[in-house]
Design a protein around this ligand. Structure first.
Ligand SMILES: *[C@@H]1O[C@H](CO)[C@@H](O)[C@H](O)[C@H]1NC(C)=O
Ligand SMILES: *[C@@H]1O[C@H](CO)[C@@H](O)[C@H](O)[C@H]1NC(C)=O
Ligand SMILES: *[C@@H]1O[C@H](CO)[C@@H](O)[C@H](O)[C@H]1NC(C)=O
Ligand SMILES: *[C@@H]1O[C@H](CO)[C@@H](O)[C@H](O)[C@H]1NC(C)=O
Ligand SMILES: *[C@@H]1O[C@H](CO)[C@@H](O)[C@H](O)[C@H]1NC(C)=O
Ligand SMILES: *[C@@H]1O[C@H](CO)[C@@H](O)[C@H](O)[C@H]1NC(C)=O
Length: 470
């Protein structure tokens, strides 16, 4: 399933594919090809002044942003230079119509890419919007392997809202322990929790210029020097850990594309003194609504519009705070910088601490405020051929803590599911289906038995082609 790294050969294959691409897209719109060549490596980085091994793509974490236009075919030629670890990258939100082999879920749709090997992902981005990509092998996402995918509308088609500039922001939580150390603890008996993350970060990139403005940590709360020692001061001469700035021109409207790839934290994002209008959620246009702070959970993306309409002689804080857990992580900070103030000029105010972490009512209110945008609604099916109810619980299996769905905890088969299904390999995974529901009669969410035993499983739900499942 892997391709040789030799790039000349690759271009020949790429050319050979062209007639096919043209045939598929025989409409007047000319589909383009977006080509990325990536090398995935471990490198020492100190994003918050604490030096540790980070997984990089072409020397960077987050990796390069993929910019494409709706209908384009994206090629990512990925070389695994991790020496002793496999790799796989998932394109989060991309539907992979006709290209399931490129979905990037190791053990599900592909064998992992072995150290030293190269694999070419190929997929069509069929919907404009804001998406993410991330490592899908072990805990590599949490080690820094992730980035953004921005899909623009075809030429001549405009968004149902207007703005002057686009900015791209990825929110993350960040641990100082290595992911191997975390994984060893999480799978140990007794269980060793990873704890709360050391920092929350706002990484932003100015889309048009492709400049990484670096991330935003409140320096004084990060008592680590570049060498990893506890120096008690932030190393402000280290450019890697200076706060990021989102530079705005007074009077202009910005579309902030915000994605979260946290391991543990649910977050709230806000910009001091500025209202935001939500216009996109996970690649779908939504009826615009105003918010003061955006709640965002891992794996989600939103676009919000924000107008630089405040007093322009000063800068403002952009902050992220943890919600849903009693936070033990400092506020993550970026500077909302009004041009021509200095991008690093500290706002005169204290950064926002966000709504109370346990204010569930306002989180629920945001979730309930989403409506699909009129004129962009695909008629939803009114009945389902099959209903599957999935209940997520934390259980014990042979003394280990495991998440499970309907009392089954996934263990990946030796052969990726997609390969086994295509080749009719019935011995590759258990053929009996998992339950379509759980023990409704005995399960009471208000009086939970603690960590009851569950079972490991590699069974799968098989869905009838073209059926509607709810
Ligand atoms: C601060 O960062 C600079 C640049 O990376 C480095 O040369 C210097 O040694 C660091 N100082 C400390 C105290 O870590
Ligand atoms: C929410 O948390 C705060 C501080 O952690 C606490 O004082 C308050 O009682 C909590 N409120 C509710 C409704 O649990
Ligand atoms: C749960 O599993 C443990 C260890 O595998 C076993 O000792 C225990 O009896 C099980 N408990 C129940 C209620 O089945
Ligand atoms: C798998 O089974 C299907 C249906 O029975 C058949 O059409 C297909 O050719 C088989 N594939 C292989 C690789 O044997
Ligand atoms: C899981 O299995 C346990 C033990 O058989 C049972 O008590 C529990 O109700 C099951 N949980 C669910 C959600 O079905
Ligand atoms: C899927 O089912 C719908 C009706 O339920 C039908 O109109 C459509 O042609 C089917 N599509 C395919 C690809 O079979």
């Amino acid at each position: 399933m892997t391709e040789p790294a030799e790039s000349k050969g690759y271009f020949v294959r790429l050319l050979a594919l062209f007639p096919l691409i043209c045939l598929i897209n025989f409409s007047s719109v000319e589909a383009r090809t977006v080509y990325h060549k990536w090398e995935v490596k471990y490198e020492y980085k100190s994003p918050d002044c604490y030096k540790k091994l980070v997984i990089t793509i072409n020397g960077r974490s987050p990796g390069p942003t993929i910019f494409a236009q709706q209908g384009d075919t994206v090629f990512v030629e990925l070389k695994n230079s991790l020496w002793t670890e496999n790799v796989a990258v998932h394109w989060h939100g991309i539907r992979q119509l006709g290209t399931p082999w490129s979905d990037g879920a190791e053990g599900v749709t592909q064998c992992p890419i072995l150290p030293g090997e190269t694999f070419i992902y190929r997929f069509v981005v069929d919907r404009a919007g804001t998406y993410l990509y991330h490592g899908h092998y072990g805990m590599q996402r949490a080690a820094g392997l992730y980035g953004s995918i921005i899909v623009s509308l075809p030429e001549g088609v405009s968004e149902p809202f207007s703005y002057d500039y686009d900015q791209n922001i990825i929110l993350n939580d960040w641990y100082h322990a290595s992911t191997n150390e975390q994984a060893a603890g999480l799978s140990a008996i007794p269980f060793v929790f990873v704890g709360e993350p050391q920092v929350n970060s706002i990484k932003s990139k100015l889309i048009s210029a492709l400049i990484c403005l670096e991330l935003a940590i409140k320096c004084s709360t990060v008592p680590w020097a570049a060498d990893g020692s506890a120096a008690g001061v932030c190393n402000t001469t280290n450019l890697e850990c200076s706060p990021s700035s989102l530079t705005v021109v007074p009077g202009k409207t910005y579309r902030l594309r915000i994605g979260s790839l946290t391991s543990l934290s649910a977050l709230t994002f806000e910009i001091e003194g500025h209202d935001m209008t939500v216009v996109e959620a996970d690649g779908n246009y939504v009826e615009p609504f105003a918010i003061r702070n955006l709640y965002i959970y891992s794996g989600e993306t939103y676009s919000v519009l924000v107008k630089a309409d405040q007093e322009s002689s000063r800068n403002y804080w952009a902050t992220i705070n943890v919600v849903a857990r009693n936070p033990a992580t400092p506020t993550g900070l970026a500077i909302f910088n009004y041009y021509p103030n200095h991008p690093q000029k500290q706002p005169p105010t204290a950064p926002a601490t966000g709504p109370l972490w346990n204010d569930t009512a306002s989180r629920l209110a945001q979730s309930l405020a989403f409506r699909a945008r009129q004129g962009f609604i695909n008629k939803p099916p009114v009945t389902a051929d099959r209903v599957i109810v999935l209940l997520n619980t934390q259980n014990k299996i042979d003394g280990h803590f495991k998440w499970s769905l309907n009392n089954l905890s996934l263990i990946l088969p030796q052969t990726p599911y997609l390969v086994a299904l295509k080749e009719n390999l019935t011995g590759a995974f258990a053929q009996d289906p998992p339950p379509d529901g759980y023990d409704f009669a005995n399960y009471d969410i208000h009086s939970l038995a603690e960590n009851v035993n569950a079972t490991s499983s590699n069974r799968i739900y098989r869905l009838r082609f073209n059926s509607t499942v709810c």
